[in-house]
Design a protein around this ligand. Sequence first.
Ligand SMILES: Cc1ncc(COP(=O)(O)O)c(C=O)c1O
Length: 309
Amino acid sequence: MSAIRVARAFTGRDLIVKFAGCYHGHADHLLVAAGSGLATFGRPSSAGVPEGFTACTRVLPLDDEAALQELFQREGAHIAALIIEPLPANHGLLPQRREFLTRLRELTSAHGALLIFDEVISGFRLARGGAAQLFGIAPDLATFGKVIGGGMPVGAFGGARCIMARLAPDGDTYQAGTLSGNPVAMAAGLATLQLLQRESGWERLAGARRGARAAAETGAGAGELSVHLVRVGSLFWMSLHEAGAPAHGCRVVGTRDGAFCRVVSRPCSSAASTCHRPPTRPCFLSLAQQQRRSHALAQALREALAEIE
Ligand SMILES: Cc1ncc(COP(=O)(O)O)c(C=O)c1O
């Protein structure tokens, strides 16, 4: 919400572009074709959001360069920012093509719009520099949450100094809150990041993920049902999509996916340090994942799949 406000202030423009299935928090103007819990509502927005609040939001399908090009041709001069989860993880796990993300960078730069990477899930999880580091693409602004707080309620955003200088109290763009900069949460977040750095957290996570991936593959491959595993770093997502994993774009979540998730979520959560909630949510591994729990995950998956066959 604040990143978008400062992007609008910096560019002097109003329009925001987001992608269907990407979730960027519960600000009214972003609750359009959002993923996360809303993906299962089967409607494009939330109740309680007046139409006027989303009038300046444009929604594009993921991985559609033609639609992207067409929108920028038509409205490029009015677009303040384009926001995307560089690894969309709120409507399944939908890894994007580097070429598509590069095109976003090129088009926003060419039209004087800002590129915002929402790294709330991917930041400090995929790598210290998040998805931006993995893809080698520098956004103008990036947003963070979850890992950056080490479990405490922390959100952060940052970007080029000239953009951030527009923020209050130095600049004219208001940003504040009772819990902003809360010293306890900040200290806990900082300590977590230092620990991850000092104790090779990302390398250790790579080890945990190899074990859990193998376990998920074994467990998911055991039955008759075709379960598609999509894996990126320490995240993986299991889907029952008959036609194969939905690749880069998002699709309607079917009732069968819902049933699948209900059956596998409890055993998976207790057998491994993962969470697997609605069908749109991937599993997240943590450093607590151990080899022994990977075996339990494989077993739990096998049993759960047998139950729904
Ligand atoms: C990618 C992404 N952006 C933003 C948010 C919003 O964060 P919060 O719920 O802390 O507002 C979430 C929450 O899950 C998220 O997954």
